[in-house]
Structures are given as structure tokens and as C-alpha cells.
Design a protein around this ligand. Structure first.
Ligand code: FUB
Length: 455
């Protein structure tokens, strides 16, 4: 065998080294991304498409967060249709914003009494909730959907929403009431492009507006045309227009007939969140949220952005010497998450051969031991610690015993050798048949690491 043939063999038997990181979440289907930057983290608010869904069957919203844009922590579902006692269904595309120490989450949801879609607003002291109904009734209700909220430099906040129209109203400083009446933004072809083939919808604007301001220019990024949608955008000199259509950001791609934009600047870069049908079983009603990094053109226009499976580059390292949640995941294979009896979420449904990848773990001078919080109603299994591939360099193995219940937690510890520098860390779960154990958190000891953009 030649050296090249040997090398090719080695490369092909190490799956995971080139593992894609889009979509962001592999444990459930997610849709309608709404990112929020707060205190050095990106909080990502999404919807949740039910498994096997054949409509927009969505009962709850979900929250994820990351400090490095590759490892995402699952914060579960801090708000659902049931949060709004007046609502009956359809936890659709919303956005959360921060103001005066509180987080306000604006969402479209069906009003039981009228059967119409309405905009509700949840409120919380924490970006991860729990959120409660801020006012006990719809903030606005006109049968239209997809709120986005923008707070201008002078403190004036605006709520925009709509499909088939595009509306705005000025929010009061309390963020839960408004002044004046909802106003229709004129959907002109100059402002929102020309749609052909549908006399009822002459412009490209469809739904999902995302309004923000950058360098004095106001942007409205939206789902365009139907169906399938693409992402287009318009700009304006002020928050209420006049809008000028600027073209396509993301072409129709990705196996979902809807798409939904969310745009942020974080840690010196610009990021575009969207959804597609990229997970196995994915499609128009089983969508997944993904992210791409982009750079604005010098004149403020947005370049074309294509969907990728690689996603955004890592913008920091993860400190293994502080407690990390098991549900902080760059890529999970075979596992799911659930609320943990000890608080937060845990990883569960772990079977032999499943794994979790955590990217950019800064071991520094070297770890000497590993601890994990685990529970098992069966006879447990093993956590193999491997570097840079699911079958990469082994640096330790922890044995997990049966603990008498899936929420009966114990901490296991095992020695670690050879974990120095910065690596992608793989937890490879092994054992017998069936579900092996649950994992709540983990932590290494022994080394010191220099952290960049600490997670
Ligand atoms: O997710 C349900 C609906 O589909 C959203 O409200 C729309 O934007 C579209 O993505």
C-alpha cells in the first residue's frame, strides 16, 4: 500500500473531523430564528416544528445561546402557546428584545376567541426565561403575523409585522403598549420589488420582516415571494421609510418553502440566521435553523449569502475547567434533550455509538481528570473522551453506573491523559443496548487554559 493510500484510509476511517455544523440544532426541528446579542452571548429564539409535522404545527418557542457561535447551549422552552391563556395554537415567528433590564418576546399566536392570528408579548428578567404573558391579552390583533421590534437611537421603539400587509406601530417606552394606530407601510414595487404572477401580491414582500439600523441606514430584511421563499431586503433613511428594494440576500435554497431572516453583529462580525430543511426528515414543516457569517459591502449593501453545512467560524474557545452543560453542543448525533430534575436541561436518549461534539475546547497545559453528572435507570455505560474525531485520540473513559432512575444523579470521575492545547472534544457514548444514561454537566480539572472569548 502506498503512503497516499494509507493516508486516504486513515482519513476515511475518522468520521467527524470534517463534521458540518449547520444546522445549529440537531436534537429537534427549529424554525424562525431571532438572534439577540446580550452581555457577550448570542441568544437564539426559535420556533419548534413537531416531528413528522405536515403543517406549521408549533406549540412552543425555544431558546439557545452561544458565546462562540459553534457551541450552542439548549435552554429548553421558556414560553409556549399555554403561556398566553387567550391563545389556542401556532407558536410562530417572533423576536425578543432587551430594554431596561427586561426581555420582551413578541410572537404571533392564534387568538382563541376570534380565531385570528394576533401578536402577544412575553416578558422575563432573564434572556432564557421563564417568560410570562406581559399584558394578558393580544398587543395587537389583525390576523397578521411575524413581529419584529426595533428600538431607534432616540429610544423610540417600533413594532413591525404582517402577511400579506406590512404594518408598523410606535411602541411606548414600557414596550407593552403603543401610541397611535397601526399603520400600513405602502407596499410599492420601488420599495419591495416586483412579484409576477400574483395580482393580489404585486411586490416581493411576503412575511418575516427583520428591521434594524446600521451606520444610519435602516434595513428591512424579509421573506420574499411565495412559494418557495427567498430572502430579500429594502433600506430606508428612517424607520418608517420610504423603503427602497435592494435585492436578494439568500436565494431560494435548502428544501423548505419558507425562510426567515435574523441579522446581528457580534464580536466584530456580521451573521445571518435562516432556516432550511437540512436535517434528516427535514422539509417545509420540519425546518432547522442555521447561520452564516457575512461582510457588508462598503456602501452598506448586503452580499449574496448561500446556505452552507459548515456554518459560522468559531469566535472563541470553551473553558473545560468550569462546569459546562452537557447540552452545550456543536453537533449531536443520536441524542435528545429534556428538562433536568436538578434544573436546566440534560442530554438523554443516549444509545451505544451516539456522540456529542464540542468545538474549540482549550485544555491548555493539560487536563488530569474529568467529572460528569450522570443518571441511569438501566445499567449505565461509558463516556469515551476523544479529541478531534468521534474515533479520534482517546484521552480518558468514564464508567457510568446504574443510579436507579433517569433523574437520580451522581457524579463520576475518571483520569485524563494527553488532553493539552485546543481541540474539538467528542463524547462518544458506549455500552449495551437500549438507553444507557443521561448527562447533565461535565468539567475537567488539572490544567490551566488561556481563554479567548470565554464560553
Ligand atoms: O413558522 C410559521 C410561519 O412560517 C412563520 O410565522 C412564517 O414566517 C413562516 O416561516
Amino acid at each position: 500500500m502506498t503512503a497516499i493510500a494509507v493516508l486516504l484510509c486513515v482519513v476515511t476511517v475518522i468520521p467527524g473531523t470534517a463534521r458540518a455544523d449547520n444546522p445549529i440544532v440537531q436534537t429537534i426541528y427549529t424554525a424562525d430564528p431571532a438572534p439577540l446579542v446580550h452581555n457577550g452571548r448570542v441568544y437564539l429564539y426559535t420556533g419548534h416544528d413537531e416531528d413528522g409535522s405536515t403543517y406549521f404545527t408549533m406549540k412552543e418557542w425555544r431558546v439557545w445561546s452561544s458565546a462562540d457561535l459553534v457551541n450552542w447551549t439548549d435552554h429548553g422552552s421558556p414560553m409556549s402557546v399555554a403561556t398566553f391563556t387567550w391563545a389556542s395554537a401556532d407558536a410562530w415567528a417572533g423576536q425578543a428584545v432587551y430594554r431596561n433590564g427586561k426581555f420582551y418576546w413578541y410572537v404571533p399566536v392564534k387568538d382563541r376567541a376570534s380565531g385570528q392570528m394576533a401578536i402577544g408579548v412575553g416578558v422575563s428578567n432573564s434572556p432564557t426565561g421563564p417568560f410570562t404573558d406581559a399584558i394578558g391579552h393580544p398587543l395587537v390583533r389583525n390576523g397578521e403575523i411575524d413581529p419584529t421590534v426595533f428600538i431607534d437611537d432616540n429610544g423610540q421603539a417600533y413594532l413591525y409585522w404582517g402577511n400579506p400587509n406590512l404594518w408598523y406601530v410606535r411602541l411606548n417606552a414600557d414596550m407593552i403598549s403603543y401610541s397611535g394606530s397601526p399603520t400600513k407601510i405602502p407596499l410599492t414595487t420601488a420599495g419591495f420589488g416586483t412579484r409576477t404572477g400574483d395580482p393580489n401580491r404585486p411586490t416581493l414582500y411576503e412575511e418575516g420582516p427583520w428591521v434594524y439600523k446600521r451606520n444610519g441606514l435602516y434595513y428591512n430584511v424579509f421573506a420574499a415571494k411565495c412559494c418557495s421563499e427567498f430572502i430579500g431586503y429594502s433600506t430606508a433613511p428612517g424607520p418608517t421609510g420610504p423603503w427602497t428594494y435592494r435585492g436578494t440576500i439568500m436565494p431560494t435554497q435548502g428544501g423548505s418553502f419558507t425562510n426567515h431572516p435574523g441579522v446581528i453583529d457580534f464580536n466584530g462580525g456580521s451573521y445571518f440566521f435562516y432556516h432550511n430543511g437540512a436535517l434528516p426528515g427535514g422539509g417545509g414543516f420540519t425546518r432547522s435553523v442555521a447561520v452564516e457569517k457575512f461582510t457588508y459591502n462598503a456602501d452598506g449593501t448586503i452580499p449574496a449569502i448561500n446556505m452552507t453545512t459548515t456554518g459560522a467560524p468559531r469566535v472563541g474557545t470553551l473553558n473545560p475547567y468550569v462546569r459546562q452543560e452537557a447540552e452545550t453542543i456543536a453537533w449531536g448525533s443520536g441524542v435528545e434533550t429534556e428538562p433536568a430534575g436538578e434544573g436546566g436541561m440534560n442530554v438523554g436518549w443516549i444509545e451505544n455509538g451516539d456522540h456529542i461534539k464540542v468545538k474549540g475546547v482549550a485544555f491548555g497545559s493539560g487536563a488530569t481528570s474529568f467529572s460528569a453528572r450522570v443518571a441511569s435507570a438501566t445499567s449505565g455505560g461509558r463516556i469515551e473522551l476523544r479529541l478531534d474525531g468521534v474515533n479520534g485520540t482517546p484521552v480518558g473513559t468514564c464508567t457510568v453506573p446504574g443510579t436507579g432512575g433517569w433523574q437520580t444523579w451522581t457524579t463520576v470521575t475518571c483520569p485524563v491523559t494527553g488532553a493539552t492545547g485546543t481541540h474539538d472534544l467528542y463524547f462518544k457514548y458506549t455500552g449495551g443496548s437500549g438507553y444507557l444514561f443521561n448527562a447533565n454537566w461535565w468539567q475537567f480539572t488539572g490544567g490551566s487554559s488561556i481563554q479567548i472569548g470565554v464560553t
